[in-house]
Design a binder for this molecule. Structure first.
Ligand code: NAD
Length: 387
């Protein structure tokens, strides 16, 4: 089997280590960004492969090809994986589209909201000839140690949700992915469910809003704790945002009785399920966050300045989670006629911090919607529900 990974960052390093370690997989890296392909070639040659440092030991992968030319690796690929931040999906999809063979399995790790719509927009009618899949998140927390050589795998998730079109292939793909990455892959029924169920879109922008909406510009002496620094008011914001997402779920299930959105859960249920055993006090949503040992010591994104630290509003918690997450959900709510006042407040604050306009007069009609994956960006006037 030929697998091509598109990207060059943390995720691509980890994927190439795992995939390249297997005798039954031919691996190719398509790294189009700047001089990354040349840096990968030099690093891999020097190190003899890509080395992932995991809690279980070293995983060493040897990529068969590394290039910045899609025509050299994409035509042979049976599986193509985008291992990229969502803002780079479009440009890479456009570059590889002419070379994808019929029957290829094309996916993203992670997919984020609206990935299937993006693929449909780029491939047009050709999308019916390919399989599209997406994982809700990356299975690992990982950071490059030395570019093109070593990557640290800091943690591995127990289970990761996955959507695939057509859903009949879910079992086959989850068997492959579980085997390749030693992670339990849990199929959900649709990309719609995968996107709505993503709690990162609630937790990351919601906590940024809670931590910094009243910030007066004075530098912090040290970076605030992100999860453990949250107060009860922030927990109430997460609760309200999550309840709004559940209202969207209920409205969609009423309108489309065949739709299975059971993967869309309240953030409180999610955190108790996900972090069983690592939460000391489960008595409230606030306690679940501040007593979760897995969140211990994690700081908010900041930039150093004279006199301390200021919030980094360009960090992915806003710049990725809003246009490729929360706004997609907000756009779905608009099509479903569901009011989302708390989500609107968070997006309105975040768009100002990002220097963008997504919501205008309470609608997903701001000047920068074209750079998001809200359904309105694709011209959807009604919800496109996958069968
Ligand atoms: P990263 O910051 O390492 O990725 C940056 C890479 O993306 C660049 O090195 C380049 O290869 C590529 N890229 C950026 N702009 C590009 C462009 N315009 N054209 C082509 N390529 C471009 O990111 P990452 O850590 O690998 O994360 C990838 C995705 O996984 C993100 O959505 C991230 O939020 C998510 N994620 C990462 C982790 C983690 O621990 N690394 C954990 C969970 C989720």
């Amino acid at each position: 089997m030929h697998v091509a990974v598109c990207g060059g960052g943390n995720a691509a390093h980890t994927l190439m280590a795992f995939l390249g370690s297997r005798a039954d997989v031919q691996t190719a890296l398509y790294a189009p960004y700047r001089d990354e392909a040349a840096r990968w070639q030099r690093g891999v040659m020097w190190r003899g492969g890509i080395v992932a440092h995991t809690a279980q030991g070293l995983v060493v992968g040897r990529p068969d090809q590394i290039t910045n030319q899609p025509e050299e690796v994409i035509p042979a690929a049976d599986v193509v994986i985008l291992a990229l931040p969502a803002f780079a999906h479009r440009v890479v999809l456009e570059a590889i589209a002419p070379y994808l063979k019929a029957g290829v399995w094309l996916g993203a790790m992670p997919a984020r909201g609206g990935f299937l719509w993006e693929v449909e927009a780029v491939l047009g009618s050709r999308v019916k000839d390919i399989v599209v899949f997406g994982l809700q998140t990356l299975p690992w927390a990982c950071r490059i140690r030395t570019f093109g050589q070593d990557v640290d795998v800091l943690g591995t998730k127990h289970v990761v949700d996955m959507a695939i079109k057509p859903p009949s292939l879910a079992q086959r793909l989850s068997t492959y992915l579980s085997d390749w990455f030693n992670v339990k892959i849990q199929p959900v029924r649709s990309f719609l469910a995968l996107g709505l169920a993503d709690v990162g879109q609630i937790i990351h922008p919601g906590i940024m809003y809670g931590l910094f909406r009243d910030w007066d510009g004075t530098p912090f002496p040290e970076p605030p704790l992100f999860y453990q620094g949250m107060d009860e008011a922030t927990a109430a914001i997460l609760d309200a945002m999550s309840n709004e997402v559940l209202s969207i779920r209920r409205a969609l299930e009423a309108a489309y009785p065949h739709l299975d959105l059971s993967a869309v859960r309240h953030v409180g249920e999610w955190i108790r399920r996900t972090y069983q055993g690592s939460i000391r006090d489960e008595s409230s949503l606030h306690c679940c966050f501040v007593t979760n040992e897995s969140y211990r010591g994690i700081r908010a994104p900041v930039r150093p300045v004279d006199g301390g630290y200021v919030p980094d509003f360009q960090a992915r918690y806003l710049s990725e989670d809003v246009p490729f997450g929360l706004l997609v959900t907000r756009g779905i709510a608009e099509l479903a006629g569901v009011p989302t006042p708390t989500i609107d407040a968070v997006i309105t604050w975040a768009q100002e911090k990002l220097g963008r306009e997504y919501l205008r007069d309470g609608r997903v009609a701001g000047r920068d919607v074209a750079e998001t994956r809200a359904p309105q960006r694709f011209g959807h006037k009604r919800l496109q529900v996958e069968s």
